[in-house]
Design a binder for this molecule. Structure first.
Ligand code: GRF
Length: 213
């Protein structure tokens, strides 16, 4: 059974979707450790309520490299197989990403490469979508590489942007898709049905048809 590490910074609804999918037998994996860079992240409570080791590691006084090293120590101590960034808003060091190459999965609330990169996170993404006036947005699950939001894409799904949408209504629509896609991507990873060929993600055909239904 795959050992999963999760990094969060906020409410943790994506984390909750993973916890529920494991409890329902959809994901054949076990969350060994949840780490937040925010002490008050409600996602920590979600983890503790589920009986999962959930800790706050204070980033104050540490730069991104030092903080990444602290994270690595904790995940390596628990022999974690892969990591999920579920609303994690800090930059991971190159060493960290290299150590877990093609074993870090991130969820982003837009159709990458649109509205992605360093300055696009959380509500900023949905504001930019509405300001631009695009007719579709969506969610992307991808492997993490050394550049923000640029790793091989695993799954995407489209959400229609309605004229009367505001940030909250669009966020709500996208979040529902995020939860669905993140669970599917983790399930595929745990079942070893994801491979990377020339920087493109190959999904085993059977699984792909199922995951697009
Ligand atoms: C989500 O919109 C996710 O795409 C973004 O941060 C938010 C996390 O939400 N990275 P939650 O903490 O999982 O509820």
């Amino acid at each position: 059974m795959m050992k999963i590490g999760v990094l969060i910074s906020g409410g943790g609804t994506n984390l909750q979707a993973i916890i529920d999918a494991i409890d329902n037998g959809i994901i054949d994996g076990k969350i060994e450790l949840i780490i937040s860079n925010k002490k008050d992240a409600y996602g920590l409570k979600r983890g503790l309520n589920a009986g999962i080791e959930s800790i706050f590691i204070d980033p104050n006084g540490l730069d991104d490299v030092e903080y990444s090293q602290r994270l690595l120590e904790e995940f390596n101590r628990r022999d974690v197989d892969f990591l999920v960034l579920a609303g994690f808003l800090k930059i991971l060091s190159q060493d960290f990403v290299r150590e877990y190459e093609n074993r870090i999965i991130n969820i982003h609330p837009s159709l990458i490469p649109s509205f992605s990169g360093m300055k696009f996170y959380g509500d900023r993404v949905h504001k930019a979508v509405l300001d631009y006036g695009v007719k579709y947005s969506g969610a992307t699950v991808h492997f993490v590489n050394e550049n923000a939001d640029e790793g091989p894409i695993i799954l995407q799904e489209v959400v229609a942007v309605d004229f009367d949408d505001d940030i909250d209504s669009l966020k709500e629509k996208v979040l529902k898709v995020e939860h669905k896609l993140l669970v599917k991507a983790i399930r595929l990873f745990c079942e070893n049905n994801l491979s990377i060929v020339n920087s493109k993600v190959k999904i085993e055909e059977g699984q792909r048809e199922k995951s697009l239904n």
